[in-house]
Ligand binder design. Structure first.
Ligand SMILES: [Zn+2]
Length: 110
């Protein structure tokens, strides 16, 4: 039990302002705060049209078949790829896996 007092001391010494300074433990995941359209914008792609379609960034095409679903999902009817926010970051080649995608989003998105 030699370490117990140290652990307690470390815990209680955490500043009370920690939660507010870091938006608190209830801060939602980055995947809930960023939309597919925002990721596309950050990555330099065009915005979806009014129907939620744009030219697919993942394959060459002349008519838009990349569809944004409910802000945070996507599916391309041309190449068949689809998924969520992290899958999009990986598919665009901006991160090697979903964990890296989360870190990338935390860095580039507000
Ligand atoms: Zn596609």
């Amino acid at each position: 039990m030699k370490n117990a007092p140290l652990r307690t001391a470390r815990f209680t010494s955490r500043p009370r302002t920690y939660a507010s300074a870091h938006a608190g433990p209830l801060r939602s995941s980055i995947a809930d705060r960023v939309t597919v359209a925002e990721v596309l914008k950050i990555a330099g792609w065009s915005a979806p049209n009014r129907r939620g379609f744009l030219l697919c960034p993942l394959h060459t095409e002349r008519t838009p078949s990349f569809h944004v679903v409910a802000d945070r999902g996507w599916r391309c009817f041309g190449c068949g790829k689809g998924g969520g926010i992290f899958d999009l970051v990986v598919a665009l080649g901006l991160a090697r896996d979903r964990a890296a995608a989360a870190k990338w989003l935390e860095r580039v998105a507000q």
